[in-house]
Design a protein around this ligand. Structure first.
Ligand code: CDP
Length: 246
């Protein structure tokens, strides 16, 4: 039996899937894929496959849950039972509840909920195939699904993870790097550079966190560009197309 620790970065500085440390996986986006949803988006990112659907704004029931000054955003992240190697038990879990909560909060600063009092905006993100980074992939897809639903956003939200393997910081972890690496730090950023999601699993020094934030900001910028291109392809020009992420 080979007891050698896994080597994640080879002598040429390339990762197990051939990427450089600062390279994101290829992303493919398709907006408006569901006819019954108000807005939707299918997103592939490496081996991740995600579909996000938006319903609403629609009247929120029960009425006692309504906000008289704004819409309520309800975000539901779910992994299909066939999306992972071991079958995922259907239904909510601690993990999916946590991801749903932090993802909902990632959108709160950008969705102009004040235009839709007493309503709810339901966002569903379904993971069809998972290969690490699904919460960030789902946020990227949900941003586009919200825009497809015609809901005004102050900014795109772009999300990506950064982590550490073999003592080196790497952008956009794949499953092996995520599960066996030293740290995983998913982040979501608006076009003004506001961080709306920041989580961390594992250990990084203060200096590494600073470097990781630079790396992940760059990753989010690349993703924002992909989101913009997808929007331009679907809708033509849109407001904010020339705004640079900071
Ligand atoms: O997907 P994300 O990185 O946002 O979340 P995670 O909890 O760090 O999970 C990393 C990866 O582990 C997932 O994307 C799946 O590929 C895998 N996973 C799994 O196989 N079974 C689970 N119950 C949870 C995660």
């Amino acid at each position: 039996m080979n007891n050698e620790p896994t080597k994640f970065i080879d002598e040429n500085g390339l990762r197990v899937d051939g990427r450089r440390t600062d390279e994101i996986r290829p992303m493919k986006v398709d907006i408006g894929v569901l006819s019954r949803a108000d807005g939707s988006c299918y997103l592939e990112w490496g081996n991740n496959k995600i579909i996000s659907a938006v319903y609403g704004p629609r009247e929120l029931h029960p009425r006692r849950m309504q906000r008289p000054d704004a819409a309520v955003i309800r975000y539901k992240y779910n992994m299909a039972s066939f999306s992972v190697e071991d079958r995922q038990r259907p239904g909510p879990s601690r993990r999916s509840s946590e991801i749903s909560k932090v993802s909902s909060e990632a959108f709160e600063p950008v969705v102009m909920t004040q235009f839709y009092p007493n309503t709810v905006i339901d966002v569903f993100s379904e993971v069809l195939e998972a290969d690490a980074g699904t919460r960030t992939a789902a946020i990227n897809a949900a941003t586009l699904a919200l825009i497809d639903a015609g809901i005004p956003l102050k900014s795109l939200v772009s999300a990506c993870a950064v982590g550490k393997v073999d003592g080196q910081l790497v952008l956009d972890l794949n499953k092996k790097e995520d599960n066996e690496g030293e740290a995983d730090l998913p982040v979501a950023i608006t076009q003004d550079g506001e961080i709306t999601l920041l989580q961390m699993d594992g250990h990084l020094t203060e200096d590494e966190i600073k470097q990781a934030m630079e790396l992940v900001k760059n990753g989010c910028q690349q993703i924002q560009q992909i989101q913009r291109e997808a929007l331009l392809k679907k809708f033509g020009q849109y407001e904010g197309a020339d705004t640079e992420i900071q």
